[in-house]
Each structure stands twice: as C-alpha cells, then as structure tokens.
Design a binder for this molecule. Structure first.
Ligand code: ZN
Ligand code: ZN
Length: 232
C-alpha cells in the first residue's frame, strides 16, 4: 500500500485546535482531517482522510473481484434493502448529477459526441423504444397532464416543424404573452380562469406565418376556432 503514490490534497480545515500526527504521512493535522473510527466516543482513525482514501483506492485496485463479489452477495441476500439504499443515494445525489449532466451536454464537443452516438445506435434505440413503448407513452401522457401549458407549446412547435414553418417558442415565452394580455382573450375580452387562453398564430402558418413568439397571441378556444385560418 505504501508504494501507491499518495495525492495529498487535503486543505487545512481549521487553524486552531489540537493537531494529530498521521500514522502514514506524518503530517500534523487538525482532528477534522481524520475520519471518526468509533461513533460512540468520537475516536478518530490513525491515518488522515487523504491517506485513508488513498488506501481504500489501492485496496480496491488489488481486491476488485472480492469486493464486487461481496457486494453482489449482499445485494442477493437482501434485494429490498439494496434497492432502498440505491434510491436514497439517487435522491441525495440527483441535484448535483443534473447540474453536471447539463454542463456536460452544453459543451459543443459533447453535443457532437451525443449526436454521433445516437446515429450509431439508432437501430438499437428504436428497438428499445418499441419494446417499452407502453411505458414511454404512459410517462409522456402523465407529464403532459401535469404540465398542460408546456405540453401545448411543444405540440405547436412539433406541428410547425412538420409543416416546415420557421420559428419555435418556449413555455416561458407563452406565459409572458398571456401575462402581457392580462390573461384576456383578444376577441371576446373574457378573462382566465372563466376561459382558457389557447395558442393562436396571428398570421396562420397556412398563410406563411411563422411559429416565432412574435406571431403568437392568446385567444380562447371558441374565438380561436372561429378565426381559423383567416387573416386577422
Ligand atoms: Zn496522512
Ligand atoms: Zn374569446
């Protein structure tokens, strides 16, 4: 274990208080730099966190098979407990995970990587989708039900894309349009929640209008259908 190069990266956590000499690296460090060994008494380990972590990594490298076998056996002995632990960990780390994932996907190089991956695995992904179509459809349906306004925006964007009309807008932009109209229908003057504003293309897509937010207004459903594909 001593042959493993140790990365001593631990910052000094406190400047006062008693110091303790690490049994491995011999640094004098505050107590908080050591893991607690005995919870009841608060007794600390003999080696500092850096040394202990390095030791764990070295141990795992040489005992990988054994470690994984023990973990697998524990999981088989009590699958419910293992799943509960997984769920708890996922819940704990999810916010960080989402931030990291978003940052990763925002990099142009990674965008290209993702695109290439999907292209190379298109057949597998299609097969997976078809094998799980019911789950996907149920999940999407539940999401749409929980987010009706956003779902309406995405439907408009999809239809516009299929109709080869330019422009797309976001749920936030649609909210802003409604707010600007004070949640009132442009034609009949009724106000939410008595009516429900629906998305109207001021110049209809069929007349060459764009799906850009500048061409979006809120009208109640009856007024929207009465207007139909006529120009305003
Ligand atoms: Zn140490
Ligand atoms: Zn109306």
């Amino acid at each position: 274990m001593d042959s493993v190069p140790i990365q001593l990266a631990l910052p000094l956590l406190e400047s006062s208080g008693p110091l303790k000499i690490c049994s491995k690296c011999a640094r004098a460090l505050p107590l908080s730099a050591y893991y607690i060994k005995v919870k009841a008494t608060g007794r600390r380990m003999a080696d500092c966190r850096d040394c202990h972590n390095a030791g764990s990594i070295a141990y795992y490298a040489t005992h990988k098979e054994q470690h994984n076998r023990v973990a697998r056996e524990r999981r088989q002995r009590d699958p419910a407990r293992a799943r509960a632990k997984d769920r708890a960990k996922n819940a704990r780390t999810r916010p960080q995970l989402l931030v990291r994932r978003r940052a990763w996907h925002a990099l142009p190089a990674n965008k290209a990587k993702t695109k290439a991956y999907h292209k190379a695995h298109a057949d597998q992904e299609r097969a997976y989708y078809h094998a799980h179509a019911k789950c996907f459809i149920a999940r999407a349906g539940a999401w749409n039900k929980a987010h009706p306004d956003a779902a309406a925006v995405y439907t408009r964007n999809r239809r516009a894309r299929l109709a080869k009309a330019p422009g797309r807008f976001t749920p936030a932009e649609w909210q802003h349009v409604k707010e600007r109209q004070d949640y009132t229908c442009l034609d009949c003057g009724q106000r939410e929640p008595a009516i429900k504003l629906s998305i109207d293309h001021i110049i209809p897509l069929s007349k060459g209008g764009s799906n850009d937010i500048a061409n979006i207004a809120g009208r109640c459903q009856p007024c929207n259908s009465r207007k139909g594909a006529r120009l305003p």
